[in-house]
Design a protein around this ligand. Sequence first.
Ligand code: NI
Length: 181
Amino acid sequence: MARLTILEYPDPRLRTRATPVTVFDAALSALVDDLFETMYAAPGIGLAASQVNVHKRLIVIDVSENHDAPRVFVNPEILSKEGAAVGEEGCLSVPNIFDKVPRAQRIRVRSQDRTGAVVEEDLEGLLAVCLQHEMDHLEGKLFVDYLSDLKRERIRKKLEKERRERAARPAAAAAGATTAL
Ligand code: NI
């Protein structure tokens, strides 16, 4: 198992459209395990392979409080949608930003598990919203795309500023250490 690096907005690689998974082998299963480890460590409730720069149609989700309801969705398709749910969403690729996004309340979904077995099921509430969010990632779409241009631009600038500050910090610490010595 390994923790993978999560791409952050506005990294252009997050805009890649993922291709279907066609081989259900040990490597796929290992990737699923790594996605779970990365998601739990972040911590988050959902992660699409796109976010770790693997552009395959593969999603892991666990909306439970105790990390005991892991769900794998390979090649997911939404067959039907019902109702409206507008909740605050965040994203591991857009750290510390939350905003309202319109989603369907209930969805009927066909997907495959890590062995390739086809599963068809009805999902609702947080699990349904989370899967819709993660499926957007597979299309290269992010939740900030639902916001106004002005808001999205503000978010981009804020994240870039934070990244610059993060990058500058180790250098400043090193300089401080030199002075102290
Ligand atoms: Ni996300």
